[in-house]
Structures are given as C-alpha cells and as structure tokens.
Design a protein around this ligand. Structure first.
Ligand code: NAD
Length: 248
C-alpha cells in the first residue's frame, strides 16, 4: 500500500474529483479528513464508503475560503487523527460570464473559493509539516489556468494563481522536505461539467487526442503519484492531465 497509515486532508470531497481522490487514497491505506460546505447526505455517504475500505474517515463542515474556518478544520483534524502528512486542495467552483458582464461579486467569489482557499489551507498546515520535516501538498488547478477560456476570466485567473502560489511554496518549503505540486486537469466528467451542453462536449472531445474526457479516477491517480513516495523527487511541478489537449 502506497499510503499506509498516512493522514490526508482533502478539501471538497463530498462529490466529484475530491471524492474519487479520497476513495483512491483510502484504497492505499490512507486515513481521510475531508470537508464540504454542509453536512449533507453526500458527506455521510463518503464517510461510510471510506470507512468500509478499512480506514478512519471523517467529514467536516468548513468554508476553506475563510481563514479562520480553514484553521479550525486543520486543528480539528489534528485533534481527531493525531498527525497529518498530505493536503489536497481540491475545492473549487465556477461562476462564468463574459468579462464585459462579469460582476465584482462573481470575480471575488471564484478567486476566494479557488485561490484564497489554497493560501488559507497552506497557512494552516505549514507549521505542522514544517515541524515534522515532511509533507506533500497537491493543488488542483486546471488547463484553463494555463490557456485561458471564454467566459472564465475569474476561473482562469484563480487557477493560474494556484500555479504561482504552488511554485513559490515549493521553493520556500523544499528544504524542509515538504513538496508542493499541481495537477491541471482538462475536461473531466463530474457534476461540475454535467451541465455543459452535449454539443460543447463533442467539440471538446474532438480536441482531445486520446478521444475521451478524463475521469475523476484519472485525477486521483495523478494525486496519488505526488502524495506518495512515487513522487518523492517532484516539487514545483505542474502535471497537464488532459489527454494531450493541444492548447493546454
Ligand atoms: P464539484 O463541484 O463536483 O465538487 C466541488 C467540491 O468542492 C464539492 O465537494 C463542494 O462542496 C466543495 N466546495 C466548494 N466550495 C467550497 C468551499 N468554499 N469550502 C469547502 N468546500 C467547498 O467539482 P469537481 O468537478 O469535482 O472539481 C474539483 C476541482 O477540480 C475544482 O477545483 C475544479 O476547479 C477542478 N477541475 C475540474 C475539472 C472538471 O472538468 N470537472 C477540470 C479541471 C479542474
């Protein structure tokens, strides 16, 4: 098992990609602390699904874009799990509009949930990982952060910002054996992308050399590489996980 008795915090794991990461890590023996915005049916289901894989798992209600909430989430995790090895910053939202119509609220909301959250969570775990002299942080960006996209200036900026933050943190934390890497997925089928019209899905798929969208499990495997000893010499990386999409 690649993560036997490690403890991982995964933000936004009540569904989609975060949930797949939690499940994949649990299959490798990792104990999982995860969060969502409310304690809903999904959160309870994920807890049960992970516990059935034989690991300790607990869902927390946290708004990771809020500094104090992120601090409290990490403090509670340490109280409940005893230690911490891995942080996956996965929580994210979209709120699309053309720049000429995008409101300040749309900008602030997406930047706060997608980018400020990574700052808040990194600040919350840093003293713990620093003291123990080990740790792995994986931040979920997007190909949109590398290439831009129509109607997604807020999302593209947030995801590009994650890359800059991660590269800076990789430099600052490297001497303490804390690795910071980025996974930048392309088109992944989840609830978030479920609303995209069929026509647009077809358009995206014709631009993907591997001729299929990605799955949450594809993203989970990439995170597993960086989180485990398989990726022990990687830091400051950006993995393009997009089936070879040409402009990513
Ligand atoms: P999703 O909407 O299915 O899940 C998002 C999760 O984040 C949910 O569990 C939600 O509760 C949580 N969340 C949202 N705001 C939060 C907050 N303020 N505090 C705590 N939790 C919060 O999304 P997904 O498709 O699984 O995407 C996961 C990540 O992958 C996001 O960062 C997204 O930008 C990124 N991504 C997705 C795709 C894709 O095609 N689906 C592609 C590239 C990148």
């Amino acid at each position: 098992m690649l993560l036997k008795d490690k403890v991982a915090i995964i933000t936004g794991a009540t569904r989609g990609i975060g949930r797949a990461i939690a499940k994949r890590f649990a299959q490798e023996g990792c104990h999982i602390a995860f969060c969502g915005r409310t304690r809903n049916e999904n959160m309870i289901q994920v807890e049960e699904e992970l516990q059935n894989l034989g690991v300790k798992a607990k869902g927390y209600v946290a708004d990771v874009s809020n500094y104090d909430s992120a601090q409290a989430f990490v403090a509670e995790t340490l109280k409940d799990f005893g230690h911490l090895d891995i942080l996956i910053n996965n929580a994210g939202i979209t709120d699309d509009a053309a720049l000429k119509r995008m409101t300040e609220a749309q900008w602030d909301n997406v930047i706060n949930v997608n980018l400020k959250s990574v700052f808040c969570m990194t600040k919350a775990v840093q003293p713990v990982l620093w003291k123990q002299g080990s740790g792995s942080i994986v931040n979920i960006s997007s190909v949109v952060g590398l290439a831009g996209n129509y109607n997604q200036a807020n999302y593209a900026a947030s995801k590009a910002g994650i890359i800059g933050l991660s590269k800076a943190a990789a430099k600052e934390f490297g001497a303490r054996n804390i690795r910071v890497n980025v996974v930048a997925p392309g088109f992944i089928v989840t609830e978030m992308t479920g609303d995209i019209p069929e026509q647009l899905k077809t358009y995206w798929q014709t631009r993907i050399p591997l001729r299929r969208p990605g799955t949450p499990e594809d993203v989970a495997n990439a995170c597993l590489y960086y989180a485990s000893e398989l990726g022990s010499y990687n830091t400051g990386d950006v993995m393009h996980l997009c089936g070879g999409m040409e402009d990513a």
